[in-house]
Design a protein around this ligand. Structure first.
Ligand SMILES: Nc1nc2c(ncn2[C@@H]2O[C@H](COP(=O)(O)OP(=O)(O)OP(=O)(O)O)[C@@H](O)[C@H]2O)c(=O)[nH]1
Ligand SMILES: [Mg+2]
Length: 286
């Protein structure tokens, strides 16, 4: 560890820093609705990944003993939250449920999706298993469709080496358009570089160029923009309306349901009114 590295769990920090107030993607009210209180923190970092890839190992290494668990609001799914300091920044780290995708076919996927989509974390770290890249990259590509503030933590590099698997992390970073940091989380290897990458994305120092599907056929492009217009007319502040439109076109019942019930609108309104947590919207979705 270098001098800049946090001590495990260090978070005895002066209150009142305003770094997050100038951050364009920081949506405190939305985060509060998702159960994440950002008072006294500059940045929020989500930790995503397939099951059993070392997320909790990374989480524990970065936050030490300063962590607590609770449930996601209104859900029986456990959430671990912790914090660390790096440089001048105070980072809140949220361990998301392990998921193979964000298509919300399970409660875990819905929670991870909503956090990334509506919580708009300053950084989403996607932990991947270097021995099972093909399977793990599915989630990475889905996250990249939603946000460009991503760091890939290429974990289990020791296992890959043992299995004779060589991963060209620089090439992967180039192809994905976001930083890729090789780690052996169990031995705390690569975590300094991971922290550095997280801080550079959080501060905006590193600009990413996320790999996204560009060549949609014209009909699909038209359909997307028509739906985006309609969504934005009803929910002007909804983050990532384009992603929501794509999911609707894909027949995603859970997103359609959220729109009908106004849950998406609830999150959209939060960006206007940071103090009202219990908005009761009566919206007609056409
Ligand atoms: N060899 C090796 N084992 C690791 C590494 N990182 C984590 N592990 C081990 O992998 C297993 C799973 O790690 P966890 O941190 O629990 O994984 P997780 O992603 O939180 O798992 P879920 O919460 O169940 O999705 C544990 O036995 C860890 O000790 C690593 O870099 N190398
Ligand atoms: Mg875990």
């Amino acid at each position: 560890m270098t001098d800049q590295s946090p001590q495990p769990g260090e978070q005895s920090l002066p209150a009142g820093s305003s770094a997050c107030e100038s951050c364009p993607v920081h949506h405190k009210a939305n985060l509060l609705k998702l159960g994440v209180d950002m008072q006294d923190w500059d940045y929020v970092v989500g930790l995503a990944g397939n099951p059993n890839v070392g997320k909790s190992t990374v989480f524990n290494a970065l936050t030490g003993l300063k962590q607590h668990t609770g449930n996601w609001p209104g859900k029986t799914v456990t959430r671990a939250e912790g914090g660390f300091k790096y440089g001048d920044g105070r980072y809140k780290l949220v361990d998301l449920p392990g998921t193979y995708s964000l298509l919300a076919t399970s409660l875990d996927e819905e929670i991870a999706r909503d956090f990334i989509l509506f919580g708009q974390p300053d950084v989403t770290v996607v932990v991947v298993d270097a021995t099972l890249l093909e399977r793990n990259l599915n989630l990475v590509l889905q996250v990249l469709e939603i946000t460009d503030r991503v760091v890939v933590c290429l974990n289990l590099m020791d296992e890959a080496k043992r299995d004779g698997i060589v991963v060209d992390d620089r090439r992967l970073a180039r192809d994905l358009g976001v930083p890729v940091v090789p780690t052996v989380a169990r031995r705390h290897e690569g975590l300094d570089q991971l922290l550095q990458a997280i801080s550079e994305i959080a501060s905006g120092e590193t600009k990413t160029r996320p790999h996204r599907i560009q060549n949609h056929p014209p009909q699909l492009k038209n359909a997307i923009s028509t739906i985006v217009e309609q969504i934005e007319a009803i929910y002007p502040n909804l983050p990532n309306a384009r992603w929501v439109a794509l999911r609707l076109l894909d027949g995603d019942e859970s997103i359609a349901d959220s729109l009908r019930k106004g849950e998406l609108g609830d999150l959209a309104r939060g960006t206007e009114d940071e103090t009202n947590r219990d908005l009761d919207l009566e919206l007609e979705v056409v």
